[in-house]
Ligand binder design. Structure first.
Ligand code: AMP
Ligand code: MG
Length: 394
């Protein structure tokens, strides 16, 4: 069903990254399937990414309009996840392979130089080492600017998104696979130190007042997409690109060679290989999803997932399985999806409106709620879900 293009991508990925790629191949397949299906029309399965984008009815019709309708496809690995790229070129001032490689390099740089708490000489690691000592860390202009933007979302969301969650998220350690609920006294102790108001930002100097830790994991892929957008806007030869970072943050940049809108897949929160639907977008947009299915374990019949409520120190419990946000800015989009997941549907509406963003909310009763601005852009495709508040293309 995925087609030869998908097989080729998976083979290449396995060859390039070997065992490291194994946990993400299922996710990659889901993304590839979703995008190929969306590109070939709602509800129509079949055809790989390449076929759907350059051949078939839609692609063939548009081929006559431009010589760049056929996209370049690339699968790489950065920020600990699979990165799918579909690039539409115009002219030959640069090769698409060079553009794709540059994009992977940008994501690697964002992670290792600025954001990773794991990489010892990143800016965030330096801030965290100095946390609670009263000595500020000096960071890159970019890191300072991104912390400033993150603080704004923290404030606007009333702390539902809080970048000082670092020590708490390491305590839960969803990446380790140990799948244990941490000691409740320890959760309580670390939760006391969470609070974005304890970040003192002064130019390039950052001081974390309490012995907490900054974790920009909730906004990092979005920041990566912002950097990619800035790079692409300076590359004359790129007409458009769809860059999918791990399925949870997607940049739809410019326009397709076919002139059609982008169709961005939204994953099904309860089917790792399926998709909930697709969003149709004209021009440059960012799309980010936060879900309780990304990293979680179950014990005693309850799901414990990686999106924490900074007020309780426990996984957020607002009745949602996933939130997808569409916005004009990557960091905002990514941080808002996390904030909205913590807040729940109703409380998220003013926050999204303030940031000019739209949202697709899926609750645990499989009801899909759409904000007004996205009702005529979203197509529900998965069985077993209902559009709860009207709208949507059926
Ligand atoms: P996302 O998948 O974008 O919602 O980001 C989730 C990641 O952000 C987690 O793996 C944590 O590292 C971190 N995180 C979890 N809860 C929060 C929160 N309430 N605010 C900020 N970051 C969080
Ligand atoms: Mg996020």
């Amino acid at each position: 069903m995925a087609g030869r293009a998908t097989d080729r991508m998976v083979n290449r990925l396995m060859k390039t990254y070997g065992g490291r790629a194994a946990p993400v191949v299922a996710m990659l397949l889901a993304c590839v399937l979703a995008l190929s299906s969306c590109a070939s029309g709602a509800g129509t399965m079949g055809g790989g990414v390449g076929e759907a984008a350059s051949g078939g009815a839609a692609g063939a019709a548009a081929d006559t309009a431009t010589d760049s309708a056929a996209p370049y496809e690339d699968v790489g690995f950065a920020m600990g996840t699979v990165v799918n790229q579909t690039i539409y070129m115009r002219g030959e001032s640069v090769t698409p392979a060079a553009v794709a490689a540059e994009i992977i390099g940008i994501l690697e740089g964002v992670e290792s130089k600025w954001l990773s708490w794991r990489v010892g000489d990143s800016d965030i690691a330096a801030i965290n080492r100095a946390a609670g000592t009263g000595v500020p860390a000096r960071v890159a202009d970019e890191t300072a600017a991104y912390i400033d933007d993150a603080l704004r979302i923290a404030e606007d969301s009333g702390g539902a998104f809080d970048p000082t969650i670092g020590k708490l998220s390491r305590l839960w350690d969803f990446d380790s696979g140990k799948n244990e609920i941490p000691d409740s006294a320890e959760i309580k102790r670390l939760t006391k130190d969470v609070g974005y108001a304890g970040i003192r930002l002064n130019g390039r100097s950052v001081l974390l007042e309490k012995a907490s830790g900054i974790d920009l994991g909730a906004a990092g892929k979005g920041i990566g997409c912002d950097e990619i957008e800035a790079y692409l806007s300076g590359v004359e030869g790129v007409r458009g690109a769809l860059v999918n970072v791990g399925g949870s943050s997607i940049l739809a940049y410019g326009e397709k060679g076919t002139g059609e809108p982008w169709k961005v897949a939204v994953l099904d929160p309860r089917d790792a290989a399926g998709f909930l639907g697709a969003v149709s977008l004209d021009g440059t947009h960012h799309v980010s999803t936060s879900g309780d299915y990304e990293r979680y374990f179950e014990t005693g019949g309850k799901r414990y997932h990686h999106i924490l409520d900074p007020k309780t120190g426990y996984p957020a419990d607002s009745g949602l399985m996933s939130v997808t946000v569409v916005a004009k800015n990557g960091l905002g989009c990514d941080a808002l999806s996390t904030a909205c997941f913590v807040l729940g549907y109703e409380k998220s509406l003013p926050l999204l409106a303030k940031h000019g963003a739209e949202g697709i909310f899926v609750d645990t009763d499989r009801r899909v709620f759409l904000t007004d601005g996205i009702k005529d852009r979203f197509t529900l495709m998965a069985d077993g879900y209902d559009l709860a508040n009207g709208g949507g293309i059926q």
